[in-house]
Design a protein around this ligand. Structure first.
Ligand code: ZN
Length: 248
């Protein structure tokens, strides 16, 4: 049996009603998932839909894709979709992306990371449901295609990201590879300049960017027995880590 589509995984968890009908009676090929349907509709997803460049050849909208497009959380949040559940990264259940990248669920599953919460960026990966735990097709709202994150990528990138975030390097700086003179000076002084140089070489790699984006502030990982860093009254040198992060 072929793996399900993203829409097939999500539709079962989605609201069953919308502003527009979620199924029709037209036989055709769905222009989102490219699967045949007998319950299609000849309508655009919405009046404001813009993701036409990600669509498939087809002439109707199938019920599963209609339900998925109708589900606001799909557009607004990062999420993990499995047959059992649809989990959004938001509304009190945040910061779990890192754990899923390191320990993905049993397939099939779909993982989407949204920076902006505006685009239907998952559409280009609607047929890229994960079929193994060894490679995660990460759907995003900033790449044209899903990014294939292999286990080996994770094992290369994750420890470096943890090390540098613990040194106070921001997620944004890690993603771009743009470090200030002060950051270099601190790295040399505290003996992690090699790690910073290594990280700089990975900047621009979408796999690296995903690992950086999913990383957590070092003081709220929740799974460490290490005491949290505390201010020690050393003349204001202490600054809580990660407060300058975008998108948090
Ligand atoms: Zn469809």
């Amino acid at each position: 049996m072929p793996p399900p589509t993203i829409s097939q995984l999500i539709a079962r968890h989605a609201p069953t009603e919308g502003k527009q009908p979620l199924s029709g009676d037209v036989t055709g090929i769905c222009y989102i998932c490219a699967l045949p349907t007998e319950q299609g509709q000849r309508r655009p997803p919405s009046d404001v839909f813009t993701a036409w460049a990600a669509c498939a050849q087809g002439d109707v909208l199938c019920p599963d894709c209609a339900a998925t497009l109708n589900y606001r959380d799909v557009r607004m949040f990062s999420w993990l979709a499995t047959e059992e559940a649809f989990r959004v990264n938001g509304r009190g259940d945040r910061d779990w992306l890192w754990d899923v990248l390191g320990d993905p669920p049993e397939p099939p599953y779909g993982l989407y990371i949204s920076k902006g919460g505006q685009k239907q960026g998952w559409i280009s990966g609607v047929r890229q449901v994960a079929t193994s735990r060894a490679t995660i097709p990460v759907l995003t709202d900033w790449t044209d295609r899903p990014v294939m994150l292999r286990r080996a990528d994770w094992e290369t990138y994750a420890p470096l990201v943890v090390t540098l975030r613990a040194k106070g390097v921001s997620k944004q700086a890690l993603m771009t590879g743009d470090y200030t003179a002060n950051q270099w000076a601190k790295a040399i002084r505290d003996d992690y300049a090699d790690a910073l140089r290594q990280a700089q070489q990975y900047a621009g790699d979408p796999r690296w960017e995903i690992v950086c984006y999913a990383s957590r502030k070092p003081d709220d990982s929740g799974d460490t027995a290490e005491p949290k860093p505390v201010a020690t009254g050393t003349g204001g040198a202490y600054r809580p880590l990660g407060l300058d992060l975008p998108g948090r």
